[in-house]
Design a protein around this ligand. Structure first.
Ligand code: ADP
Length: 721
């Protein structure tokens, strides 16, 4: 053979082999390959592409490739091709991108499409010389993975929000609605409900927390509302829901109409074709359920498994909801209890207040007359004296008890307010000592007072209440002392605090009694002895100290004595250049022949009037006039101004405060000193009395000696003015 012929034959054989190889590559490629000409007609479609798109080869060859594209692309494909061929404007050619391909069955398939151009010879002039090869990669698996990821993310978001925002969601009552909507969305269902299983008559019942609306008429709308409000519980065990919440069984059906477990829907109910009911179980206990219906796809076990985190989150949230509801119920109960306690405490205070008022008035007469008898001009026999002393002792005891009980009740009901202000220590100690010294003297006890006199201290306290505490503790130190014993009151500054200590050398307190020392009415056995007491003093003392942000502490050794102490803040301290001595005023009793003093007593109680008459008859030169009402008193005061008016507060008609106002406003009476005498020891009355301009305020029953001295002092001062 000629060499050139041999060469051509070789070449032709080689081309055939190459073509066959390319053909095999195209046909056997795992990706779909479609070759089209310059007009878009399909020249070649490989097996992968046919398989991917569901066609036979002869159904495609010669057809325009746009038949494999969804309309939104296919409709423009011819335009793209011709535009490219005239302008060279590439849209997809030479690159790759994700598009959708149209399957023969009408569904779309996500694919990656890379298109490249193949030219032979004069491609510009001859469109047939132009070809395009499209390589299609099936992205269905990738798309499914992406969708799964998006779903996971959506589920996670729901769980995250449900768990982190549950308080806010619960308080706004939106938690269940949020979960129900999320469930519907996550599963692509038309309907969803979430409910809690609670017992009703010993059987499980379903309380719906959230449900999508599937009402179809007025009656079913009402039913939905009742279900949503939680007023209506579902109890039927044989419904699609009932099987879940009564038996704790999962119910799954993708064909309810024919499912033996389904049906039972009332006429008019929207049709249900797919249904999934899932029990919510917490540590073996059925506590709730959720259900979905009419999903876009069939429900299956895989969905139930995928929803497991949702199911356990629901379990957690139902538990939290129950705890919060319980807490809320408890708080509400507490509030009701507190309100009623406050009411009854107020009622108790009111009762005690009025009782004490009722008791004080007759007690005033008893104590007053007993004092008059004891100090009267006609001497009493020894027996009579003893009897009068007994009346006085019992009366004072009763008075003390009334005062202390009332005080305690006021503090307990929160009606006692202390006014904390800087108190000059030395003044307070002097006044307290003045009261305690005679008591100590009477019992032949030594009273030592240790106060740093080189400095002036001010402590933060309520003056009257602090004095009351000191008097209580010191009088106990006197009462429970031993013959020839001693009492020490010391005030020592420690770290900005003033420590008040009251020490005695008395009988002491047994260690097992210390715990009940501050209990009201507990006298720790002293009730069988001869020492008088009520058992209220220490309880009151501690409460008063606590009102002043302090507390009372005790140490005691039986038979050796006791030490009580408490601390109060020092507000200021300065050193004293010289030590002041207190001035004492000695009262001079008016001479027998001095002029008459007119005293007007406005009092409606005849016994009290008589008592005052007896008292005044003991003071030389005093003429007492008694009137029964403030109105008459005012007339008398204007027509014949007295030297002093004694004014009862609780009067029929105009009361003592109103009368005092009238007296002060009238120039004829404004200068007359008026002393208030009242059976009420209520702090607001004392405050009113101070503001009304009374020169003093006596609480019945008052001490006759004290009153006598005071009257003498007022009248003497008036004499000198
Ligand atoms: P009262 O003295 O009116 O009985 P208190 O409340 O003041 O009531 O005191 C309660 C009880 O504590 C007293 O009855 C007494 O037994 C005991 N007690 C109080 N102070 C002392 C003290 N300084 N020494 C020994 N016992 C005391």
């Amino acid at each position: 053979m000629h060499y050139r012929t041999i060469q051509l034959a070789h070449l032709s054989k080689a081309r055939i082999t190459t073509n066959a190889r390319y053909e095999a590559i195209i046909e056997g490629a795992a990706a779909g390959i479609i070759r089209i000409d310059g007009r878009g007609s399909m020249l070649q479609v490989n097996d992968s592409a046919l398989h991917m798109l569901g066609y036979e080869r002869d159904e495609l060859l010669g057809q325009n490739v746009k038949m494999l594209m969804p309309a939104r692309w296919g409709d423009h494909h011819d335009g793209y091709l011709s535009a490219y061929q005239t302008t060279g404007n590439k849209t997809i050619i030479g690159t790759g991108r994700e598009v959708a391909a149209l399957h023969k069955n009408g569904s779309t398939i996500p694919v990656h499409l890379a298109v490249s151009e193949v030219q032979y010879g004069h491609a510009q002039a001859v469109p047939e010389a132009r070809e395009f090869i499209g390589i299609l990669s099936d992205l269905r698996a990738v798309a499914a993975a992406r969708e799964r990821e998006a779903q996971e993310r959506a589920l996670l978001q729901v769980l995250h929000r449900g768990l982190t925002d549950y308080r806010a969601l619960l308080s706004g009552n939106t938690l269940w609605g949020f979960l129900q909507e999320a469930l519907q969305e996550l599963t692509g269902s038309d309907y969803a409900l979430i409910g809690e299983v609670i017992p009703k008559n010993g059987k499980p019942a379903l309380k719906i927390h959230a449900i999508s609306d599937l009402s179809w008429n007025e009656a079913s709308r009402k039913l939905m509302e009742e279900l949503r409000s939680g007023q209506m519980l579902l109890t039927g065990p044989n419904t699609m829901l009932g099987q879940v919440f009564t038996q704790g069984k999962m119910v799954l059906s993708n064909n309810i109409e024919t499912d033996a477990r389904g049906g039972n829907l009332p006429p008019g109910h929207p049709p249900l074709y797919r249904y999934l009911g899932v029990p919510i179980i917490d540590r073996g206990e059925l506590i709730g359920m959720y259900a979905i219906a009419n999903g876009k796809k069939d429900y299956d076990e895989a969905l139930v498994q995928w929803l497991e985190p949702f199911t356990s989150t629901c379990a957690l949230l139902i538990n939290l909801y129950r705890q919060l509801s319980e807490q809320q119920r408890f708080t509400e109960e507490l509030k009701v209890a507190k309100d009623s306690a406050e009411l009854s405490s107020q009622a108790k205070t009111d009762f005690l207040s009025s009782m004490s008022h009722e008791l004080r008035t007759p007690l005033n007469a008893i104590l007053g007359f007993a004092q008059l008898l004891a100090n009267g001009r006609q001497p009493l026999s020894e027996r009579q004296q003893r009897q009068v002393d007994q009346i006085l002792r019992s009366g004072r005891h009763l008075l003390n008890l009334i005062n202390e009980v009332l005080d305690l009740a006021r503090i307990e009901s929160g009606h006692t307010q202390v006014s904390l202000e800087p108190i000059k220590l030395q003044e307070l100690i002097d006044e307290t000592a003045e009261i305690i010294r005679p008591l100590a003297l009477e019992q032949q006890l030594q009273l030592d007072i240790i106060v740093d006199k080189t400095h002036t201290y001010f402590v933060q306290a309520d003056y009257t209440r602090l004095k009351q505490i000191l008097i209580n503790l010191l009088s106990n130190a006197v009462k429970y002392n031993k013959p020839n014993g001693s009492i020490t009151l010391s005030c020592v500054a420690i770290d900005g605090l003033m420590r008040f200590s009251i020490q005695d050398t008395g009988i002491g307190i047994a260690a097992d009694h210390l715990d009940s020392l501050f209990e009201p009415f507990n006298r720790l056995g002293a009730e069988t002895g001869s020492i008088e007491g009520t058992g209220v003093g220490l309880a009151l003392t501690r409460k008063l100290a606590r009102l002043m942000n302090s507390d009372v502490y005790v140490k005691s050794n039986p038979n050796e004595g006791s030490l009580f102490w408490f601390d109060l803040p020092i507000t200021s301290v300065c050193s004293n250049p010289r030590i002041d001595t207190t001035e004492t005023t000695i009262l001079s009793v008016p001479a027998a022949d001095s002029h008459q003093y007119k005293v007007l007593y406005i009092e409606d109680n005849p016994e009290n009037q008589r008592l005052m008459q007896d008292l005044c008859s003991e003071i030389t030169g005093v003429h007492l006039q008694c009137v029964y009402s403030a109105e008459i008193g005012f007339e008398v005061a204007c027509s014949d101004p007295p030297d002093l008016i004694l004014m009862d507060i609780d009067l029929p008609g105009m009361n003592g405060f109103q009368a005092q106002r009238m007296l002060k406003q009238n120039p004829l009476t404004s200068a007359i000193p008026v002393l208030a005498i009242s059976a009420s020891s209520a702090p607001q009355d004392i405050k009113c009395a101070e503001e009304a301009g009374f020169i003093g305020f006596y609480i019945k029953p008052f001490n006759l000696d004290e009153m006598t001295q005071h009257l003498k002092k007022i009248l003497t001062q008036k004499d000198h003015s």
